[in-house]
Design a protein around this ligand. Structure first.
Ligand code: TNX
Length: 547
């Protein structure tokens, strides 16, 4: 009896010790713990076996990141070594797909195999999570056999840089965060009413005028903010130059992240109209809004061909900057009351034989889609693009909930699930009484604690197996009306971004809230050591909240 107890105790201690060491997010497909460990130190050599894919970039990333984490600087060896190595190898294994990898950690060395450099990058992220964050000269990694690949191919986060502007450094730090947790798509919200954030050479006023607003940061974000007065200095804002954008796109791609630019239309574009009034139906001069606008009635005119010329010019420059297959064109929340009384819009309806304003909206989106397709790109838009008939090849982001996504999938359109009630990370994540201000609960505000985000499954029960194939994946949204600083941004993102990471990557049968929470507790401390802010209260916040 005693012997059994001692053995049990030993076993419990051993496994909790191991658990503390192995706290990978997102949880891998298969992970087997073996006996022993490898010691990593300055003598550990990185070796790239074969050269059919570019593995030198991932190798450089590993070396840089590990040095940042531990102070240990590894070197690349041009010859294979038999001990104390980290070896990358390209293989041809269809079961791993484009993003999967295998990693064998043994006492003599670590072997990481994948079909692509992306797969290698994800293996590196796993290895970095198995490495400490403290300045040391050596550390142990337990012997493991890992076989891993994602459940979904779109694992995204939206960053709204319009409502508040963030520096290049902040955007890169956000990209680092995404990369660490194997997210692969950044939807970069560069256009909205209170700020146009992307340099367009052909239309310099977009950033000369549209990127700047009168600062009302001392008043809470709402429709009640004092509007800008004519002649008042617009001092809040900024934009990314094309050079900065190229640099950020490259930075992201080195981390296996694709940036999908979001260029809003036909609504959420008052910053553009303030720059070029001819773009709206009324063609009247307006100022860049200082805060929220609701309903949004100042939109691009659907009857004016110069508007389409403008948009094609803008998109041409956008396409040149972003290699991404997808271009997000927004499409949400347009109040189209001006279209109903605009002679040009009415004339367009007549010539195009459109019976409703919804159909005119659909005409607008289809025309843009045709242009994007002619440039070899794909259109993605918020679920409103379903209204009045969906453009033939469009992909839909479902955000009001999952209904739009279900509808689109049944119509055989690809879908990204980004439901506000589970994955809007601008929302309160714990008791509103003690949290920093977020969208108000008596208006459009919701309550999205970590446990709620984690409970989301992207494939609704309403879809059969065939229809489920249209679910490309998931996305979390960081809208930033209430998020003026980088510290606050991190506070809203961490740890909830871990949840979207695991929803997007880990197979459903491997998900487990208690297990995820224990790994999250380890990972928030890691993030803190890396200089990120995070929210502690959401770790224990209940699923529902009673006022
Ligand atoms: C709705 S979601 C929006 C955004 C806001 C967000 C705030 C969507 C497509 N539109 O413009 O920032 O709510 O939570």
């Amino acid at each position: 009896m005693k012997v059994v107890l001692v053995f049990l105790l030993f076993f419990v201690c051993e496994s909790s010790h191991a658990q503390e060491k192995v706290s990978i997010i997102p949880r891998p497909l298969k992970i087997e713990t073996n006996n022993g460990h490898i010691e990593i130190n300055a003598g550990t050599k990185v070796f790239l076996k074969g050269s059919s894919i570019k593995l030198d970039a991932p190798a450089k990333y590993l070396i840089q990141s590990l040095e940042k984490q531990t102070g240990i600087r590894l070197e690349i060896s041009s010859n294979s070594v038999s001990r104390n190595f980290i070896q990358f190898e390209q293989i041809n294994d269809s079961s791993l797909g484009e993003e999967g990898y295998n990693m064998e950690i043994k006492s003599e060395g670590i072997t990481l195999k994948a079909n692509t450099s992306k797969g290698i990058s994800y293996g590196i992220q796993t290895l970095l999570q198995l490495s400490p964050i403290s300045k040391i000269t050596s550390f142990e990694v337990p012997a493991l056999t890992i076989e891993d690949k994602p459940r979904f191919k779109w694992r995204g986060a939206l960053l709204d840089c319009s409502r508040h502007f963030y520096s290049v450094e902040t955007v890169k730090k956000f990209i680092d965060l995404m990369a660490m947790y194997k997210l692969n798509t950044l939807q970069w919200h560069l256009v909205d009413n209170p700020g146009w954030r992307i340099e367009i050479k052909k239309y310099p006023k977009l950033t000369k005028i549209g990127a700047w607003r009168v600062d009302r940061g001392n008043e809470p974000w709402s429709e009640n903010r004092t509007p800008a007065k004519e002649g008042e200095k617009a001092t809040y804002g900024g934009f990314y130059t094309q050079d900065q954008i190229r640099d950020i796109v490259r930075y992201a791609s080195e981390r296996a992240i694709t940036i999908v630019p979001e260029i809003e239309m036909p609504s959420h574009v008052m910053s553009a109209i303030a720059s070029y009034p001819y773009l709206s139906c009324k063609q009247k001069h307006i100022l860049v809004p200082t805060g929220a606008i609701w309903p949004i009635t100042e939109n691009y005119c659907a009857g004016n061909d110069s508007v389409f010329q403008f948009l094609e010019d803008v998109l041409t420059e956008v396409i040149d900057l972003f290699p991404s297959k997808y271009i997000h064109i927004g499409g949400d929340e347009a109040n189209l009351s001006n279209w109903k009384i605009c002679p040009k819009c009415l004339a367009r309806m007549k010539t195009e034989k459109l019976d409703s304003i919804a159909q005119l909206q659909s005409y607008f989106i289809k025309r843009i889609e045709k242009f994007l397709v002619s440039k070899g790109r794909k259109l993605i838009g918020w679920e409103e693009i379903l209204e009045g008939g969906l453009s033939p090849e469009a992909t839909v982001t479902s955000y009001k909930g999952i209904k739009g996504g279900i509808e689109a999938a049944k119509l055989k359109h690809d879908v990204v699930m980004a439901p506000c009630d589970f994955l809007y990370f601008d929302m309160f994540q714990a008791d509103p009484k003690t949290e920093p201000i977020a969208p108000p609960q008596d208006s459009w505000g919701l309550y999205v604690p970590l446990i709620k985000a984690y409970s989301f499954d992207p494939v609704p029960a309403e879809l059969n197996t065939k229809e489920s194939k249209y679910i490309l994946g998931v996305q979390a949204s960081l809208w930033t009306e209430y998020i003026p600083t980088p510290e606050h941004l991190e506070y809203m993102a961490i740890p909830r971004i871990f949840a979207v990471s695991e929803i997007g990557w880990t197979m459903k049968e491997n998900k487990n809230w208690e297990d995820f929470l224990s790994r999250t507790n380890v990972n928030v401390l890691r993030m803190q050591k890396l200089g990120y802010n995070y929210c502690k209260t959401t770790l224990t916040a209940p699923l529902t909240f009673s006022k």
